[in-house]
Design a protein around this ligand. Structure first.
Ligand code: KIV
Ligand code: ZN
Length: 385
């Protein structure tokens, strides 16, 4: 099994979600939880962005042991210096420097030629390398850049000392098979690539961030950049929990694994949601409220007999409660009886039939049947006799 490094950017790209701003204490709280989750790298922030962010990155770098701590910097002197000041006390400090490489960005945003951008990228990596042995370089908007030019840029930054090259799908534009092909192309055409970590950073504008990350791994990527609950700019980043569990559940297919401590996944999701104020959609894979909830009678009957009938992962593995049976209009007698038993009711066949009929009538009118509803139904059916 190939080991995939998990680079968590919840505190940097995740914090770039509209409306999210974490203070030092909140960042530290999340960073401690990310360390328990056992991510390999924590991108703690973008220190040049604000004095508060620089302070938060510093606090994370000083306290958190285990994961490497990374700070983002544009390919500019001041950015790189401030990034270094923020992470210098980390056990393993990484400077992550970036410059755009697509013609759209070069022409309209940076007003640089390809040659000038390449020169600046090399200069930035050398500057970062003068501070720390661990330097990541990202070619922003890589997936809309010329592949030939990308290969040239990555070869040059590796020669300048980059230890990780990151391929961001900045605007969530690429599709999974193209991503795999791009990584394979870079593996063949970038000089020195065999001695670097090959990272991908996928955004979710077309809902493909996780699929693109997984196909990148199949193509040869050895690091994924992701966020808890998939939060991030616009439609967000690839969701850490989804990538990690896909690799876990389908390990034999991907032949790749992470070192994530699965038990901490759910707790981390709850904490990030609470501190960022970004709610998790109920049907979100792995961590959504409904991710392990079964409503239909057929499914409920199945999981009560054998969990594997309708569940591909064990909720307890990621720190959640076992099977959640939600009673609604699709639920069957079996689940209904089971729930009553949990509430302490042991009804005769006849009582159960009557109570079940009442339950179905109510479920047609009400989406969520609560325990109080069940108690009312049962006590009324029983006292009627
Ligand atoms: O999406 C992106 O391109 C980024 C880079 C800074 C890596 O977040
Ligand atoms: Zn990003």
């Amino acid at each position: 099994m190939k080991k995939i490094l998990v680079f968590d950017t919840t505190l940097r790209d995740g914090e770039q979600s509209p409306g999210v701003a974490l203070n030092v204490h909140e960042k530290l709280e999340i960073a401690r939880q990310l360390a328990r989750l056992n991510v390999d790298i924590i991108e703690a922030g973008f220190p040049i962005a604000s004095p508060g962010d620089a302070e938060a990155v510093k606090a994370v770098a000083r306290e958190i042991k285990g994961p490497a701590i990374c700070a983002l910097a544009r390919a500019k002197e001041k950015d790189i210096e401030v990034a270094w000041e923020s992470i210098r006390y980390a056990e393993t400090p990484i400077i992550h420097t970036f410059i755009a490489t697509s013609d759209i960005h070069l022409k309209h945003k940076l007003r640089l030629s390809r040659e000038q951008a390449l020169e600046q990228a090399v200069w930035a990596v050398k500057k970062a390398k003068s501070f720390t042995p661990y330097v990541e370089f990202s070619a922003e908007d890589a997936t809309r850049s010329s592949w030939e030019y990308l290969a040239q840029v990555y070869s040059a930054v590796i020669e300048a000392g980059a230890t990780t090259i990151n391929i961001p799908d900045t605007v969530g534009y690429i599709t999974p098979l193209e991503m795999k092909e791009l990584i394979e192309y870079l593996l063949k055409n970038v000089k020195g690539i065999e001695k670097t970590t090959i990272s991908v950073h996928c955004h979710n504008d077309l809902g493909l961030a996780v699929a693109n990350s997984l196909l990148a791994i199949q193509g040869g990527a050895t690091q994924v950049e992701c966020t808890i609950n998939g939060i991030g700019e616009r439609a967000g980043n690839a969701a850490l929990e989804e990538i990690v569990m896909a690799l876990h559940v389908r390990g034999e297919f991907f032949q790749a694994q992470t070192d994530i401590n699965y038990q901490e996944i759910y707790r981390t999701s709850r904490l990030v949601s609470q501190l960022t104020g970004m709610l998790v959609q109920p049907n979100k894979a792995v961590v959504g409220d409904n991710a392990f909830a079964h409503e239909s009678g057929i499914h409920q009957d199945g999981v009560l007999k054998e969990r594997l009938t309708y569940e591909i992962m064990d909720a307890r593995l990621i720190g959640r409660q076992e099977k959640v049976l939600v009673l609604g209009k699709h639920s069957g007698r079996h689940a209904f009886a089971k729930k009553l038993e949990e509430l302490g009711y042991h009804l005769s066949e006849e009582e159960l039939n009557k109570a079940f009929a009442r339950f179905k009538q109510l479920a047609d009118q009400k989406k969520h049947i609560t325990e109080a509803d069940l108690e009312t139904i049962v006590s009324e059916e029983i006292t009627k006799q």
